[in-house]
Each structure stands twice: as structure tokens, then as C-alpha cells.
Design a protein around this ligand. Structure first.
Ligand SMILES: *[C@@H]1O[C@H](CO)[C@@H](O)[C@H](O)[C@H]1NC(C)=O
Ligand SMILES: *[C@@H]1O[C@H](CO)[C@@H](O)[C@H](O)[C@H]1NC(C)=O
Length: 417
């Protein structure tokens, strides 16, 4: 170990243990100071009474049958599409009368086609979506009124409704033509990207609430790890030349800091992964193939300051959650300076972010719990939909007017599903 690194490490540990003591002292209620991190910093709306959602009833081959075939879809990071469906069926915002609906929801499980290894392949999703839209547009009058502008779809793939896991291909495809007027509820978020349509709602990926709960350790456990990361640095199989995967940012983390004692980073996924995050000050959340990953949710739940390395990322519920205050944003080209950046953060800033992270309403907003809870991710989605009301009158088409092109897109997508 080089001397300077040892020095840094000690500084970090000392200032960090100082932080902990302060944290205890400062958690006492203070009569005048408004402690940021108290509930209220997360936009705390109740959507009930502000919107009505009609849930189309589709043949089970679009949803339940697919899940029966592969129950792993209930626990993977794309599971929000299933839980959102279940939630809406029992939600007080659901209406059985489509005439009074503000929003129409089509329950299609487009990410539940898994390889034996559990990877969701989106290749059939466009055909499946197209088939579902065909069905609702011929069986109900509501799609044709707006061609989907008052409809929303949950599309939690890597690149949302672009339906490809590789960015180049996703960009080439663009958003499925039939969904170009709909509101897309998706995990993918990156500014100025063809796969993020204006008005889309960016949501957190699904991370299993009970499983995370089961790994909680006492909240006063010292955070003795300075920087933590587990995951791939290279994806040699899909990116043999390097530099394309994670736009090189993960490789830069590894190459610069693999021997730095402040950085606990590795490709090995230990059984103590969740516990380790609770022992860490900073958790790296770099982009992978897509800018988002479940690490953001895990970091928030485990009170580890997310270090977001994904230029132009749009974070979940960005209008409701003060991400700039909670997390830390490091631009991809600055990864080689990550050690200096992180060790220069004043302890009081770390403390404030940790307090914000301790706010249960931030954590709640990241989760899709069963049963649903006030302020959880389901409610944040409904809030996002409610904020888009009333619909602009120009979304309603004149009788017989058509805007969408039903034959646009790759020919393969036009085949029946
Ligand atoms: C909606 O429009 C399509 C043609 O674009 C038509 O085939 C279909 O019958 C219409 N749906 C209804 C319910 O009228
Ligand atoms: C619809 O898209 C197809 C395929 O790109 C194109 O050939 C056709 O001209 C388009 N139709 C209209 C009306 O724009």
C-alpha cells in the first residue's frame, strides 16, 4: 500500500466516524432549523381522487399466462410491469366505466420472455404490443379517439419502448411507432435520447422489498467501507473491443482504482451484498448497457450515497425526489478523479445526504411493495399521471383522423404475434 493512500484511508475513516457521531447528535429534533430530510422533501401527493384509470381486460396470453410460464418474472428488475397491473386492479383510482376514465392502461407483460439464464429478450415485444393495440383499438372506441394519447404502457426494458438491449440497435429502432402518442412508464431515462419521449414517466427498477428488508442490519452499524461496487467492469462477450460497454466508465473505475484501498470494488457478488451496502458511505451507480440499474434503489434503501455515473441520466420521479441533494453526480470523463472527488466532499455534506437518505418517504418511493403503501412507487406513478391532467384538447382526433402509421417499423415487427 502506498503511503499516500494509507493517509487518505485514515482521513476518510476518521472524518467518517466523526460523521457518525454528528449524525446521532443532529438527529435530535431542532425547534427552528428545518431539517431537510424530514418527510415533505419528497413531493408528497395523494393521487386518489385526482385521476381515474380504466384497465383493459386482455386475454391472459398477454399477461398471466406468460407469468405462469416463467415465475422468475416476479423477481427480476423488470417486474414493475406485473406489480403495476396487480396494483391497478385493486386500486381506488381504477374505474370500471371507461367513459369516465382519464387514463387507459393495457396490461402487457413485455419483458417476461426469458432465456434459460433469466435474461429478458425483447425481440417479440413489438409484435406483442402491436397485437395488444390492435385488439383494444378494434374492441373499444377509446384508442381511436386519441390513438393512444390518453393511454399509458409500462415498458421497463433497458431502453423502454425501443425494445432492444443494445443501445445502437435501440436507437436504430426508435420508440415503437404505435406507442408514439402514448405515455410510457419506463425505467430508461436519458436526456436527448430517442428512447425517452417527452412526457414519459421514469420509474425505479423493481428490487424485491421483502428480500431487502430481510437483510437490514442495525442502523448504527459503522460505515467502514468508503466506496463500494459489485458488478461488471467489462462485458467481453458483447463488447470485445472495449469502450462501448458503459461507454468505458466501468473500465475506468477498475483501471484507476482496483488497488486503491478506499475502493471496495469487484465483479464477485457476495452473499453479504446488501449488508455491505449498509456498511458503505458511497455506492457507485455507473451506467452499464443502459444508464439505470437496481443499484440506485439498493443504495437508497440501504442509506449508501449513490454516486451516479451516467451522463444525462433522468432519474426516477425526478420531479418529486431531490436527487441532486441525495446523490452525487460524477460525469463519465471524471471517473479517473473519483478518489479526489469523493475524499474532498466535506463531512457535513455527507451527513446531510445521509439524513436525506434516511427519510422513509424517499425509500418508499423506490419500492413496489405488496400490499401497496402510501407514497410508494405505484403512487408516484399515479401522481405523475395525475400531473399530466387534464389532457390537452388537441390529443383528441377528429372522427376518422389518423396520425399513427400502422405499417411503419421493421418488417419483422409487422408479423402477427
Ligand atoms: C379504429 O380504427 C380502425 C381503423 O383504423 C378500425 O379498424 C377499427 O374498427 C376502429 N375501432 C373501432 C372500435 O371503431
Ligand atoms: C408508413 O410507413 C411505411 C413504412 O415506413 C411507409 O412505406 C409508408 O409510406 C408510411 N405511410 C404513410 C402514410 O406515411
Amino acid at each position: 500500500m502506498e503511503i499516500w493512500k494509507l493517509g487518505l484511508f485514515l482521513v476518510a475513516v476518521i472524518s467518517f466516524s466523526g460523521v457518525r457521531i454528528d449524525a446521532k447528535r443532529m438527529s435530535q429534533p431542532h425547534p427552528t432549523e428545518r431539517i431537510s430530510g424530514s418527510a415533505g422533501d419528497v413531493l408528497d401527493d395523494n393521487p386518489v381522487g385526482r385521476l381515474k384509470v380504466f384497465v383493459y381486460e386482455l386475454p391472459s396470453k398477454y399477461n398471466k399466462k406468460i407469468l405462469q410460464k416463467d415465475p422468475r418474472c416476479l423477481t427480476h428488475m423488470f417486474a414493475a410491469e406485473i406489480f403495476m397491473h396487480r396494483f391497478l386492479l385493486a386500486s381506488p383510482v381504477r374505474t370500471l366505466n371507461p367513459e369516465e376514465a382519464d387514463w387507459f392502461y393495457t396490461p402487457v407483460y413485455s419483458t417476461c420472455d426469458l432465456t434459460p439464464n433469466g435474461l429478458p429478450l425483447p425481440f417479440k415485444s413489438p409484435r406483442m404490443m402491436r397485437s395488444a393495440v390492435q385488439l383494444i383499438s378494434s374492441n373499444w372506441p377509446y384508442w381511436n379517439r386519441t390513438e393512444g394519447a390518453d393511454h399509458f404502457f409500462v415498458v421497463p426494458h433497458d431502453f423502454g419502448a425501443c425494445f432492444h438491449y443494445q443501445e445502437e440497435k435501440a436507437i436504430e429502432r426508435g420508440i415503437l411507432p404505435l406507442l408514439q402518442r402514448a405515455t410510457l412508464v419506463q425505467t430508461f431515462g436519458q436526456r436527448n435520447h430517442v428512447c425517452l419521449k417527452e412526457g414519459a414517466i421514469t420509474i425505479p427498477p423493481y428490487a424485491p422489498p421483502q428480500k431487502m428488508q430481510a437483510h437490514l442490519i442495525p442502523p448504527d452499524t459503522p460505515r467502514s467501507i468508503f466506496v463500494y461496487f459489485r458488478g461488471l467492469f467489462y462485458d467481453v462477450g458483447n463488447d470485445p473491443e472495449g469502450g462501448y460497454y458503459a461507454r468505458g466508465a466501468r473500465a475506468a473505475v477498475w483501471e484507476n482504482f482496483k488497488d486503491n484501498p478506499l475502493f471496495d470494488i469487484s465483479t464477485e457478488h457476495p452473499t453479504t451484498y446488501y449488508e455491505d451496502m449498509q456498511r458503505a458511505v458511497f455506492c457507485l451507480c455507473p451506467l452499464g448497457w443502459a444508464p439505470w440499474s437496481p443499484r440506485l434503489v439498493e443504495a437508497v434503501i440501504f442509506g449508501c450515497i449513490p454516486v451516479i455515473i451516467a451522463d444525462d441520466i433522468v432519474l426516477p420521479f425526478a420531479d418529486a425526489i431531490p436527487w441532486e441533494e441525495i446523490g452525487l453526480f460524477v460525469v463519465e470523463k471524471d471517473v479517473p478523479n473519483l478518489d479526489t472527488i469523493l475524499t474532498s466532499i466535506p463531512p457535513e455534506v455527507i451527513l446531510r445526504k445521509q439524513r436525506l437518505l434516511a427519510n422513509p418517504s424517499v425509500k418508499q418511493a423506490m419500492l413496489f411493495p405488496t400490499p401497496a403503501q402510501p407514497g410508494d412507487a405505484f403512487h408516484q406513478i399515479l401522481n405523475g399521471l395525475a400531473r399530466k391532467l387534464p389532457h390537452n384538447q388537441n390529443v383528441f382526433l377528429k372522427p376518422g383522423e389518423k396520425v399513427l402509421n400502422w405499417t411503419a417499423g421493421p418488417v419483422g415487427d409487422l408479423k402477427p404475434w
